[in-house]
Design a protein around this ligand. Structure first.
Ligand code: ATP
Length: 203
């Protein structure tokens, strides 16, 4: 069973995933993998250079600022970057999940539905939190400004859009305890595994 964990910026996806790891669910952090892949995957590196030019790397290191400037506000460039990154990360996830022996694994991704990553997963969990709280968490965590946080959030689906497409929702609003919600979903997933062996989400 492959579970996807998504949610808006600062919703608490990573916090939920750390808890999943603590209860024995291995987690693949797609956003971290993409960052690593840009530097460690020779094929991805060659594709990025071909599409964006040599200056996208400073020696071995990706010039993140330059890449971000090239794709910002340029839909065609962003689509080209996604067309390189998404298939490569899907391949990595498939290889990683094939190596796991746990009955259930998870993938964390901010842009789950936007990237199409949900198609590789059986059930999707989305983490919801009020926008003001998410802005506060992100500005405190990353030291960025409110307008920078809003600009990054504008690229993502809304909580309502994600919730409409997800199988399970977790509320992480600093008032509702998280752990019981995670354990309840985990129990439901265990039951699905026990009943069906595996349930493939056809979407
Ligand atoms: P991003 O997409 O930006 O990486 P995320 O959805 O993975 O964000 P987290 O990194 O888990 O979110 O959480 C954002 C910040 O808020 C972190 O500093 C985290 O420690 C804090 N946080 C999240 N949930 C809670 C909570 N229930 N109680 C206290 N702090 C929390």
């Amino acid at each position: 069973m492959r579970i996807g964990v998504t949610g808006g910026m600062g919703s608490g996806k990573t916090t939920v995933c750390r808890t999943l790891e603590a209860i024995g669910v291995p987690v693949f952090y797609a956003d971290d993998e993409v960052k690593k892949m840009y530097e460690s995957d020779a094929e991805v590196r060659a594709q990025l250079i071909e599409t964006f030019g040599e200056a996208v790397y400073n020696g071995g290191a990706l010039n993140r600022k330059r890449l971000a400037e090239m794709v910002f506000g340029n839909d065609a460039a962003l689509a080209a970057l996604n067309a390189i990154a998404h298939p490569a990360v899907e391949k990595r996830f498939a290889a990683w999940s094939a190596q796991q022996s746990a009955p259930c694994v998870a993938q964390e991704a901010a842009l789950m539905f936007e990237s199409g990553a949900h198609r590789q997963l059986d059930k999707i969990v989305t983490v919801n939190a009020p926008e003001e709280l998410r802005i506060r968490r992100v500005t405190q965590r990353d030291g960025c400004t409110r307008s920078e946080a809003l600009r990054r959030m504008a690229r993502q689906l809304s909580d309502a859009e994600r919730a409409a497409r997800a199988d399970f929702c977790i509320v992480n609003d600093d008032a509702t305890p998280l752990l019981p919600q995670i354990l309840e979903i985990s129990k439901k997933i265990e039951n699905l595994i026990a009943i069906h062996g595996k349930v493939r989400k056809m979407d």
